[in-house]
Design a binder for this molecule. Sequence first.
Ligand code: URA
Length: 240
Amino acid sequence: MTERLQKYLARAGIASRRACEEYISAGRVTVNGETVTELGVKVEPEDVVYFDGRPVKPEPLEYHLLNKPAGVISSVSDPQGRRTVASMASGRARLFPVGRLDQDTTGLIILTNDGALAHRLMHPRFQVDKVYLADVEGVVGERELERLRRGVRLEDGMTAPAGARLASRHGGGSVVEVTVHQGRKRQVRRMLEAVGHPVLRLHRKRYAMLTDDGLPVGAIRPLTRKEVTGLQKLVMAGKR
Ligand code: URA
């Protein structure tokens, strides 16, 4: 939901809407790290708003882990009426996905209303590991795995070093486990295509320390307090 900054601040209990307008004009409010002094500015749930140097949150923070089914899109709403990950968490606060999975990709995606944590988890600086299982055409050899590990040239540049291992072989195909910390568009599919093995199916089985163990495709569960703390520590310390 998009809303005016003064309304957002008022809903968070900072002050009345009129008083919040004065705070904005006085330069006491930042949005995504930038001081905002005009009054017309709109904010999205994922924006990071600070008042007098403290984060502003209009709702209690919620964290859920979804094992996304194929066919569902990674957004909050869709003008074409397709099913979204946010609709799979309906009834809960205004949640948005941390990053994206392609419509056809299955697997783990976090839904939250904690813009600050989401922002950090998605920032390349924190190098959060994402582990995928890719069911690909053809028999993948050590040479191709090594190319994936070293980095592959894609049309938007080289990929960063990645993890890659052969998980299994079946018929004429292979299942490759790929670990990346970047989040470029269709990155894993493009990496495998570039080494000659188009992806038939893609599943994200791990995001940071969160795995899909016990969470079947289509299921959603709240993160435990320990898991949330674990994610916060990860991005505060800047470690994987
Ligand atoms: N890489 C892809 O190619 N697709 C995804 O959905 C995620 C990573």
